[in-house]
Design a binder for this molecule. Structure first.
Ligand SMILES: Cc1cc2nc3c(=O)[nH]c(=O)nc-3n(C[C@H](O)[C@H](O)[C@H](O)COP(=O)(O)O)c2cc1C
Length: 369
């Protein structure tokens, strides 16, 4: 299938509309599919216009995973790829942007973590490279970074974990909002997408809102579009794609896993907070519990200070995502994955994933007649 066609349109083309040989029921089916495709195009027009691509499906930035190969594959297939800056420094980020542009002439974005010590330099790098969309993740973005993005002419995308924060972000300059439910892979908030969508989609119409977390099928994305979402963001399904540079063991773990295997990290003692991260349960997650128990015991015995104890807990996962994604250590590494992992049945090329999602949306619309 040509990658520059919307998959639904391609399937209509493949149905051979306009050729004398097709039978009447085929023509009727093709007509329905064509009308359904037009309906979908209208439903997510706000998202596609905002992103500047054919499909309002963003590849959620994933540290170590969302680099040039995956990002360019998503954008080349009509979606919107997003580079995960993660812990990269400004020079590394500049090189990654240039390399991605060498692999795709389509729009893509860059995701920056707000607590990165060089945040302002990273924003400058994006602006100098004329990146059109900057995603600021990991908390409320600082005013200086927001102003720099806006003054530099890029569009600002921010995450909102509640309606009141979404409104505040829009007032301070966010051009679009992502609402990410607790079903998602990686760092998560406490509220499911199901609830966030009901709270935020009907109430926030000023800017496009993209939904994320636990999405694996087109019908679900369609339902959120019909509630007012402008588009969707998926991570887990793309992490297991053929173009993802994740280690084959990492992808195999995704194919094997069920939704119930992707659980949030557990905090043992409220005095020592643990930021919830959803990933596949493994020996590492069990060791993390034992470590917390041991640290709490030593703190209570007066052997370590509270700060030292907290630091020990925080350091447990340092480098663990890289170990899982790049080295394939799925036993002690951090195998971040959303509950959508249950819908990863095979390692598929990105254009096939997008074609499947759009095909499911179009089929659901066409089935209504
Ligand atoms: C392996 C992995 C790493 C991630 N890293 C980041 C990150 O660095 N920054 C970020 O904003 N979100 C990160 N996320 C969240 C994704 O961008 C996306 O919002 C999420 O995966 C959507 O939920 P889904 O996995 O159910 O599709 C990560 C997710 C995964 C699975």
């Amino acid at each position: 299938m040509p990658t520059d066609l919307a998959p639904g349109a391609a399937s209509i083309a493949a149905a051979g509309i306009g050729t004398a040989s097709i039978a009447a029921p085929d023509i009727a089916a093709a007509g329905l599919a064509s009308a359904a495709q037009a309906r979908l195009d209208a439903l997510w027009a706000r998202g596609t216009t905002f992103l500047g691509c054919k499909l309002a499906i963003m590849g959620g930035a994933m540290s170590w995973v969302s680099e040039r190969h995956l990002v360019s594959a998503i954008s080349n297939a009509g979606g919107f790829g997003v580079i995960a800056c993660g812990a990269m420094g400004p020079d590394q980020l500049a090189a990654e942007i240039a390399a991605t542009r060498a692999m795709s002439d389509r729009p893509f974005g860059v995701n920056l973590i707000t607590m990165h010590p060089a945040l302002n330099d990273l924003v400058r790098v994006c602006l100098e490279a004329k990146v059109g969309h900057i995603v600021l993740a990991g908390g409320i973005p600082p005013g200086a970074a927001v102003r720099a993005v806006k003054d530099g002419g890029a569009k600002l995308i921010a995450f909102a974990p509640a309606l009141v924060l979404a409104r505040r972000l829009v007032r301070s300059g966010a051009d679009a909002i992502v609402i990410e439910g607790s079903e998602a892979g990686g760092h998560i908030g406490p509220v499911s997408l199901n609830v966030l969508a009901q709270e935020i989609l009907p109430a926030l119409r000023d800017v496009p809102v993209f939904v994320a977390g636990g999405l694996g099928r087109g019908e679900a994305i369609l339902a959120y579009l019909e509630m007012g979402a402008a588009g969707a963001q998926l991570g887990t399904r793309f992490a297991a794609s053929a173009e993802s540079i994740a280690h084959p063991e990492f992808k195999r773990a995704f194919v094997r896993a069920a939704a119930r295997d992707a659980l949030p990290s557990v905090q043992l003692d409220p005095r020592f907070p643990v930021i919830p991260v959803r990933g596949l349960v493994n020996a590492g997650t069990e060791r993390f519990l034992l470590l917390q128990a041991d640290v709490v015991r030593r703190f209570q015995a007066g052997e370590v200070t509270k700060d030292a104890a907290q630091l020990e807990i925080e350091h447990f996962w340092a480098g663990a995502l890289r170990r899982a994604v790049i080295d394939g250590d799925i036993e002690t590494g951090s195998v971040m994955a959303g509950q959508s992992v249950g819908m990863v049945d095979a390692v598929q090329p990105v254009d096939a994933i997008l074609a499947e999602l759009v095909g499911q949306m179009v089929a659901a619309l066409a089935a209504r007649g």
